[in-house]
Each structure stands twice: as C-alpha cells, then as structure tokens.
Design a protein around this ligand. Sequence first.
Ligand code: ADP
Ligand code: MG
Ligand code: ZN
Length: 574
Amino acid sequence: NKIESDLQEELIQVKTSLSSIQSELQSLLQRQENLQERKSQLESEINRRVSSSSSQLDGEQDWSSEDFPWSKTLRSTLNSTFHMNDFRPKQLEVINASMSGRDVILIMSTGGGKSLTYQLPAILAKGITVVVSPLVSLMEDQLLGLRNLGIEARSLNASSTKEEVKHVHQSMTSQSPSFRLLYVTPEKISKSKRFMAQLEKCYKAGNLSRIAIDEVHCASQWGNDFRPDYKILGILKRQFPNTPIIGLTATSTDKVTLDTKKILNTPFALVFKTALNRSNLFYQVREKALSHDDVIADMVELINTNFSRDAGIVYCFSRKNCSEVSSSLNKRGIKSAVYHAQLEPIEKSRVHQMWTDNSIQVICATIAFGMGIDKPNVRFVIHHSLSKSVENYYQESGRAGRDGLPALCLIYFGFADVFKQSTMVMTERTGLDNLNQMVQYCLDLKSCRRNLISTYFGENWDSITCNEMCDTCAGMYEHSNIDVTSACQSLLSTIRLAEQKGEGNRLTGAKVVEAAAGRGKNKTLELKKFSASEVQRMIMHMMFKEFLREDFHFTPYSTISYLVPGPMASALTS
Ligand code: ADP
Ligand code: MG
Ligand code: ZN
C-alpha cells in the first residue's frame, strides 16, 4: 500500500544520506589525520630550529661570503667612512645575515665591535635604523662617535627638545630622511604612543630599514640585568614583521638567548657568537686579609707598583664599602671616587667624566657601574669582594683591557664576603647556585681560570692556551694533597653539637672558624693543626659538597646565615 511504499522510499533516502555522511566522515577523518601529522611535523621542525644552534641549520648559507650584491660597497664603506682596514671576527657574517633580511642575535664580548654590525648597514640602507639602547650616556657616546665620522644620527630621550622631536618625527616619514640612525630608549617604545604611531608611519613609508637592540639580554629574566621595559620589545616584530631585528649583547647563556628570542618574537633569529676568551686579561684570586687596612695596604702596593699611572675599577659589595675603600685610597694618595646607583645622575656623569679624562685614577663602584663603560685603557679591575656569579664576574672584569693590551682582573676572596653575598642572593631563584659556582672559582688553586670560566659558559676553550695569563697557570700557588676527612668530621660534629643545644646556639660561618681555632669551649684536636684560612676553605668545600648547608634566619634588620648539616652530612659521618 501507499503508506508502506512511502516509508520504504524514505528509508532508502535516509540510508543513502547516512552512507554519504559516512563517507564524508571518512574523508574528514582522513584529512584530520593528515593535518595532525603535518602539524606535529611542523611543530618538531620549529622546535628543532628554535633550539638547535641556527648556524648549523643554515650551514648551506655561507654568511662570510663576499658575493652578496652589497659586498663591494660594504668593504669600501668600511674603509672610507669608518676608516677600518678589515672586519673583526663575526662582523661580516652578522652584517650579511642582517642585510639578507634575517633576524640576528650577536653575542660578542665587550669591545669586540658590535656597533659596526648595525652602523655599517645603516649607511647602506635607504631608510633609517632605529637603535634601542638602555642608557642615555651610551647613546651620547655613540652619537658623538658617529658625528666624528660624518654620519648623521639622532636620539630621542626624556631631555629632547620639542623642536628636536618634531624634526625627528618629520624625518621618519620623509622620502629622504636627514639622518641614518635614530637612538631611542626602550621606554620610548613601551611608553610613548606618539612615537610608536610615528614608527608605524615610518614602516608604512618603507623607511624602517633595521632595528638594532643593544644589551638585548636585558629582555630575559634569566639574565643579570632584566629590565621590564625590554619585555615589551616583542611588539616590534609583531608590528614590523618585514624589518630585520639585530640584538646585541656581551653575555648571554644559551638559556638567556633562547628566552630572548621568545620575548622578541624572533624564533628563527640566527645566533652568532664570538669566543668569550679575552686573552689579554690576567685572572687572579688573592686571599683577603681580615682587616680593612691590610686589604687596602695590599691594594695600594699593587696599584703603585704596577699601575701607578693607569686607570682602574674597584668593585665593592655595598655603597658603604665603596665609600670606605675610596676614602682609604684617597688618604694614601690614589685619587678615587665613588659610583653607585643612589648617586644623582649629574654626579654619576661627573664621576664618569673625571675618570674618562684621567683626573681620577680609580672608581670604587657597586655593580651599578657597568653598562656603557667603554673606556678602552682600563688596566685593572679589582674585586674588593667576590661577585655574585661567574657571569657577573666575567662581565665586570671584562671592562678591563678593551684596547687589547694586558690588564689585571683580581678578586680579593674573603670568607665573610661569601656569607654577605649569600644572605643577599638567597631570595633570587638561582642565587645560591650561582654564588656557589663563584666560590668554587675562587677556591680553586689548581685549575686554569680560563678553563673555569669557559666551563661555566658551556664553551670549550681547549684549543685556546692561557699563556700563563692566570695565577694558577703562572704557578703562583703551591699546593699539596692532604686528607682532611677527620678535620671535616670534627667541624661537622662541632656544628651538630651547637645545633643540639638549641636554636639560639647555632653557629655562623665565622663562629665555626672561631670554635675550630680553639677559642671558646669547643677545642678540637684535629683542627688545631690547620690555620684559620685553611679551616675556612674546608668549610666552603663542605658547603659545596653539601656536607653543610646554610640555614637563613630573618631578623627585622638583617638576614643571618647559620651553618647546619647538609643533605650529604651522613656520608661524612659514616
Ligand atoms: P662593543 O659594542 O662590542 O663593546 P664597540 O662597537 O663599541 O664594541 O667597538 C669597540 C671599538 O672597536 C670601537 O672603538 C670601534 O671603533 C672598534 N672597532 C670595531 N670594529 C672594528 C674593526 N673592524 N676594525 C677596527 N676597529 C674596530
Ligand atoms: Mg656596545
Ligand atoms: Zn690559566
């Protein structure tokens, strides 16, 4: 009947639809699978490129070639405008990569010649190169240098006049800009909407030829100099995707570099790195005398004997230390001045200026004195107390000998300073680990200092000889092996005993040394034969090996570090 056949017919239709949906589903599933596969392929390729050293992947490309369309002009401009005879290591590679439109990160030690890698392309480009630089004093130095070479450059900062700003803004969109380089602070990018709008116009007009970011490691929180304003710089690649970015830094571990790429939105940036080794620097560690006057006497003798007319830096732990050291040096006829973060900007540049023109010999500084110091003839960098990490030390000591001539990098290594530092850095994520490495560097009387530094940075300097340019290679220490197990056990039991007596009796590092020396009640025979300085070395070694650890106690005014048995203590007891 009619109804039945209608039903039959609909059933057939439904079945057909279902089967066509089935086959559509099939093909969609197939497509999904294909896309999934492609997705993971792409992801792993991206990961591979991002994480592996990009220079390997671009191995086919020879960045040092001189067959690029610009190669001839490049060389002639190097000679005629910059009055330089040849490129230094990595300069040509970096310039070629950047001029090919690639994003680049250049890690090159201080004084290596990073500026040329964006200044030279800036001359050849038709538009303008924006240089992001963290310090106004740095910019002024650069502007002066460029002006002397007859290169037009401008800067925008808080003290720019209205007319200057107006002129710069006009030029940014003009067919023939009146300058090649524009220096700005990172704050300009993060805070000035007006400037960003102008940059946008500059880009649209095809005038934004390159963006250079100096001290680019400031973008990463993993580095030493994190600056919040740098974090925003990722906006540049997003807004101006076709403008190559070149980031420059003197120190960057692999971790910091990777992080920097992420923050700048330049995952495919090529990384170029020159060897970290500074062959003209003599590295030395000296045991620090206990009294301030003895340390100063040693320092004064060192300076008067070897550097009577040479400029140097003495890095100190705190503002107070800076003042103490500086006034002691002045009393003994060595002209010095203090530099730290709390100085008024005017005073800072006055001190810097006096030092630059040699009217003072020594700057006593906290680590606030650093970035942008490009005095070439610094003959010594003395650390009145150890740095908080090897990375910091490399950077601070690296301000010596930028002219390539011999210079001294000396640390006065004192036991008490270790705990001054530890109570400061304990709040930082990797603070204590970093400090530990620094202490190991100072404790070591056998290994080449260059080797210790290269190992820290994960580099292999085997092929580089030290040429006896460090205290250990120069044979300045005698050492012999003795078994100190029982002495260390005795130190440990002294500490345990004190701990058992209760909270209030715990021992600081200094108190442990005192107890070991036999003052107080805790005389121990095993320790009697060792000097205080030997006991100190044992304690630091035990901390490194985790036989001991620091236990921090907060008071309203300070942090105290007590020594307590560490996770490995039982290994020493049994
Ligand atoms: P960085 O920024 O890497 O610390 P700079 O760019 O300030 O170093 O350069 C340090 C010094 O080296 C400057 O005086 C510069 O003129 C000089 N310099 C750079 N490249 C060369 C080169 N190829 N030949 C000679 N001198 C150079
Ligand atoms: Mg520089
Ligand atoms: Zn050595």
